[in-house]
Structures are given as C-alpha cells and as structure tokens.
Design a protein around this ligand. Structure first.
Ligand code: ZN
Length: 104
C-alpha cells in the first residue's frame, strides 16, 4: 500500500493511504486506523473535511497501485511506498475490496 504520511485525525496511530474506487478511475485518501477519508491529501494538522471511504466510493474501494499514484501526480508528496499487501487495516472498513494483483 502507498502512504503519503501520518493521519491528521489520529496522528501517530494511522497513516493516510492512497486508495481507489473499485468501479472507476478515481483516487482518494483514507486512514485505516480511524476510517476517515479525503478527496485531497489532508494537510496536517488542518482537517476541514472528514468523510468515510464509502462516501467517495459507494461501490467499494481498493488500494491504489503504484502506477496509478505516479500517474496522478500524488507520488510527489513524500510518498512512502510499502511493499506489503496484507494487514493494511482496511479489512474492517465498509466497502474495502482488497488490492489489484498488480499492486505493489
Ligand atoms: Zn486516522
């Protein structure tokens, strides 16, 4: 999974992860620890909007792939690339469908 930094809501407990709609080419951001989601990279410590992943992805969401993040331009945000695909913490969140097989 791909993280762009600490979560502005739960701080050290979570990380902002780049995720994608399961049914569309749309990237957004979510924290697996607190279940918050944002349409744009959240600015620590400013939090102006807090939604849930299902708000942005009513049909479900998955982890974004490295290629998607690079293509979106979000890869320049000091992105932390995690190779592991398990234990993302999203499994407990509504709508999470996993990762694409090509995801790294
Ligand atoms: Zn959080």
């Amino acid at each position: 999974m791909i993280s762009i930094g600490p979560c502005p809501v739960c701080a050290d407990a979570g990380a902002v992860v780049v995720v994608a709609r399961a049914d569309a080419e749309f990237l957004f951001f979510a924290c697996p620890a607190c279940g918050c989601a944002w349409s744009k990279p959240p600015q620590v410590p400013l939090v102006d909007t807090v939604e849930t992943p299902s708000h942005f992805a009513p049909a479900g969401f998955r982890l974004a792939t490295k290629d998607e993040v690079l293509a979106s331009g979000f890869g320049s945000l000091g992105t932390d690339w995690h190779a592991e695909r398990s234990h993302t913490g999203f499994e407990a969140l509504k709508g999470f469908v996993g990762a694409l097989q090509s995801s790294d």
